[in-house]
Write a protein that binds this ligand. Structure first.
Ligand SMILES: Cc1cc2nc3c(=O)[nH]c(=O)nc-3n(C[C@H](O)[C@H](O)[C@H](O)COP(=O)(O)OP(=O)(O)OC[C@H]3O[C@@H](n4cnc5c(N)ncnc54)[C@H](O)[C@@H]3O)c2cc1C
Ligand SMILES: *[C@@H]1O[C@H](CO)[C@@H](O)[C@H](O)[C@H]1NC(C)=O
Ligand SMILES: *[C@@H]1O[C@H](CO)[C@@H](O)[C@H](O)[C@H]1NC(C)=O
Ligand SMILES: *[C@@H]1O[C@H](CO)[C@@H](O)[C@H](O)[C@H]1NC(C)=O
Ligand SMILES: *[C@@H]1O[C@H](CO)[C@@H](O)[C@H](O)[C@H]1NC(C)=O
Ligand SMILES: *[C@@H]1O[C@H](CO)[C@@H](O)[C@H](O)[C@H]1NC(C)=O
Ligand SMILES: *[C@@H]1O[C@H](CO)[C@@H](O)[C@H](O)[C@H]1NC(C)=O
Ligand SMILES: *[C@@H]1O[C@H](CO)[C@@H](O)[C@H](O)[C@H]1NC(C)=O
Ligand SMILES: *[C@@H]1O[C@H](CO)[C@@H](O)[C@H](O)[C@H]1NC(C)=O
Ligand SMILES: *[C@@H]1O[C@H](CO)[C@@H](O)[C@H](O)[C@H]1NC(C)=O
Ligand SMILES: *[C@@H]1O[C@H](CO)[C@@H](O)[C@H](O)[C@H]1NC(C)=O
Length: 582
């Protein structure tokens, strides 16, 4: 009952929002008269913003959101899809610790740092992946709301699908997999010249079906759907959807540029949050009846440990007084790691070089985009998404982790970008095909470097960390390389630039993998439900403290993680409302 009325009300709000768009972002610094907030939520990414939007539907509840980053909604680099890789002003510039599998290399692990979190800087690819992952979550956590059937409703409640005004893509999208939620999902308008040939090649050589990745399927190929507003090809993300809905309500207050340093406790009850107002460089403490941390998979375990919740020996070594010994805080880190190829693009092939490497090209692209979102700038750069399961033989003698994954789970996703990832190719028209291990056996961890909240934590990312993970990337690297290098694509991709024709032995290929490995920026699992958290997202051993979103996922999913972060926020909101407000 409660749920139905919430859905109806969200839809009404959505209509209001669509019809009466404010000319600029809603006011984001207003003071409530409360001295104590019912909820203080730390972190304004997809999970946090869905939660505050759902909580503030209840007029008796007061909610304060603290977000370390700024409001970036007026920045064209954020709103223009093809410029997503130029949003570095809104990032936590994390790097992983020297990784033993990479000969000590330290790939970046950027995370979003603005209202909207990762959804304000990410590549906007929208997918959900294999349904069996969510059923496994429900088992691990004891929370039936995480099973696919229920998560499917949460995916629908957070999004709607809007056909583009001139769709060029031939994408099969099951419209019944979307609902009436605020985030707008669409397909590409401008079809990149490589996309269709590559999809066809996957279908014929990999024997995979062309499917959508929003209806529960894990394995196949598609031209992906994206979180882009179809009318004018601008980014649809957590702040200009859920955030703006909440911002108009009197029981909500948001403070951006508010960097939380510590959660305060009275005994074992969380009751305050201290933060740095980085606009004035002053520290403030707000009191809260309940605190919810939605600070992403790196920021959340860091804030918990700084506040005395984590492995005792680690905290004591840093002179942090222990509130509760919670050994799994920061453990169980999973991410999607990739390795790259680089191919020279023929002149006819669409790449970002058309507008980054050529002033005339940039003018043309900007003029096209300014009319109504047409052209290269209105889409993401490289839109083919293929999810592949490797043959069992790859893992012979290397244990049964990968071979025993449920049948709908892919081991790898194969994609490509029209952007050079390595600066040495910045002045050339190239594409970067990359393959990411999506169900890694290895687990990383996040620990504190110091007890100063301003210092980045130490992130052991665990690249290719088990013999089976290493065998998997070696196989996939060769597999995708031969596919991309096949005769059908020669007219588009005449020359392999990296690793290059002379790299043929397994030893040299492994070295190319080590040099070109990076993070897809999909960390999950560091404050997991079913281990650190009880089934209602509460941190075991203390009161009044919850963690939601990507850190709370018990295992990583099989595709990009944004869609799931929205749905996790939605599921947590329903659980919190049911437990606290009824
Ligand atoms: C570069 C990049 C590209 C990506 N591409 C895609 C893609 O194409 N498709 C896809 O599905 N997913 C993509 N992702 C992943 C996706 O964006 C994340 O999975 C998702 O945003 C996670 O949501 P969240 O709410 O759990 O955390 P986040 O989005 O990380 O939000 C956490 C928020 O908390 C804030 N915060 C952290 N610490 C503090 C603190 N101490 N005080 C106050 N605030 C704090 C952060 O600034 C941030 O805004 C990408 C991510 C990145 C970074
Ligand atoms: C909010 O309250 C603070 C502290 O009391 C005050 O300095 C500030 O001016 C107020 N802001 C608004 C918009 O009223
Ligand atoms: C991250 O790095 C970019 C580019 O170097 C810089 O512009 C940005 O300010 C940095 N972000 C933070 C939060 O320091
Ligand atoms: C579309 O989704 C519905 C509901 O999940 C399902 O019953 C139907 O089989 C799907 N159709 C296709 C073509 O996948
Ligand atoms: C794009 O369209 C949305 C409505 O769908 C509107 O709110 C927004 O202001 C538009 N943005 C630009 C840059 O025109
Ligand atoms: C507040 O944050 C700024 C960075 O934005 C930092 O330079 C400053 O030291 C911080 N202030 C305190 C008191 O922690
Ligand atoms: C440890 O913390 C206590 C109080 O919190 C402080 O007095 C002491 O100086 C700290 N010691 C170190 C080595 O930082
Ligand atoms: C720059 O772009 C224009 C317009 O697309 C094109 O005609 C021209 O050949 C390009 N120049 C170079 C050097 O690629
Ligand atoms: C690319 O061109 C820019 C500007 O001319 C130059 O500064 C840079 O060094 C070049 N990079 C490479 C890898 O050649
Ligand atoms: C974190 O992971 C690294 C690399 O696997 C490992 O050496 C280290 O012991 C782990 N640290 C903790 C605290 O678990
Ligand atoms: C492959 O060729 C490149 C460029 O000619 C050279 O730098 C590299 O050392 C060669 N690698 C091997 C393993 O032969």
């Amino acid at each position: 009952m409660v749920r139905n009325s919430i859905l109806k009300w969200s839809f009404l709000q959505l209509l209001i929002n669509i019809n009466f768009q404010p000319a600029f972002a809603a006011p984001s610094r207003q003071n409530l008269s409360h001295h104590e907030y019912d909820y203080v939520v730390v972190g304004g990414g997809p999970a946090g913003l869905v939660l505050v939007e759902q909580l503030t539907l209840h007029p008796q509840v007061s909610v304060l959101l603290l977000e370390a980053g700024p409001d970036s909604s007026l920045d064209p680099l954020v709103s223009t899809p093809a410029y997503w890789f130029e949003t570095s002003a809104y990032l936590w510039n994390y790097t992983s610790a020297p990784d033993p599998a990479l000969n000590g290399r330290t790939p970046d692990l950027w995370q979003g740092r603005a209202l909207g979190g990762g959804s304000s800087v990410n590549g906007m690819g929208y997918c959900r992946g294999a349904s069996s992952v969510f059923d496994e979550w429900a088992e691990i956590s004891g929370n039936p709301g995480l099973a696919w059937n229920s998560m499917f409703e949460a995916f629908k409640a957070t999004t709607h699908f809007q056909e583009d005004i001139h769709p060029e893509d031939q994408v099969a999208v099951n419209l019944t997999s979307f609902g009436n939620g605020p985030v707008e999902i669409t397909t590409q308008r401008y079809q990149l010249s490589l996309d269709r040939p590559l999809v066809n090649l996957f279908k014929s050589t990999k024997n995979v079906p062309e499917i959508d990745f929003v209806s529960g399927y894990g394995i196949g190929v598609t031209e992906q759907t994206d979180a882009i507003r179809a009318s004018n090809r601008t980014r649809s993300y957590a702040w200009n959807t859920f955030g703006w809905l909440a911002a108009n309500r009197p029981n909500f207050e948001v403070r951006h540029d508010a960097w939380a340093s510590r959660i305060g406790f009275t005994g074992k009850k969380a009751d305050s949050v201290t933060y740095n107002d980085t606009l004035s460089n002053t520290m403030h403490t707000v009191t809260a009846n309940k605190v919810v941390v939605s600070a992403g998979a790196i920021g959340s375990p860091q804030l918990l440990m700084l506040s005395g919740i984590g492995p005792t020996a680690h905290l004591e070594a840093l002179n942090i007084s222990v509130v509760h010994d919670s050994p799994m805080v920061g453990q169980n880190l999973m991410d999607h790691h990739y390795a790259q190829l680089v191919f020279e693009a023929s002149p006819s092939l669409d790449t970002v070089w058309q507008f980054t490497g050529n002033a005339t090209g940039r003018q043309i692209a900007e003029a096209e985009y300014d009319t109504n979102g047409d052209g290269l700038l209105g889409g993401v750069d490289g839109n083919v998404f293929s999810a592949i399961r490797l043959p069992d033989s790859v893992f012979a003698g290397l244990g049964n982790y990968h071979t025993s994954l449920p049948a709908d789970r892919p081991h790898f996703i194969y994609e490509y970008a029209t952007v050079p990832f390595q600066t040495q190719y910045q002045n050339q028209s190239v594409i970067t095909p990359f393959m990411a291990l999506v169900q890694p056996e290895g687990r990383g961890n996040v620990t504190l470097a110091t007890n100063d909240y301003r210092d980045h934590p130490i992130i052991n990312a665990a690249y290719w960390a088990t013999p089976a993970d290493k065998a998997a990337i070696l196989y996939a690297y060769k597999d995708y390389r031969s596919l991309i290098g096949s005769p059908e694509l020669k007219q588009y991709l005449p020359v392999e630039l990296f690793p290059g024709a002379n790299i043929t032995s397994d030893e040299d290929i492994w070295s190319a993998i080590q040099q070109s490995s990076g993070s897809f920026h999909h960390p999950m699992g560091t404050v997991a439900i079913g281990s650190v958290l009880d089934e209602n997202w509460r941190v075991h051993g203390v009161e009044g403290l919850r963690v939601i979103g990507s850190p709370a996922a018990p295992k990583i999913i099989t595709c990009h993680t944004m869609a799931t972060s929205y749905a996790l926020g939605y599921r947590a909101a329903q659980d919190i409302i049911a437990a606290d407000l009824s």
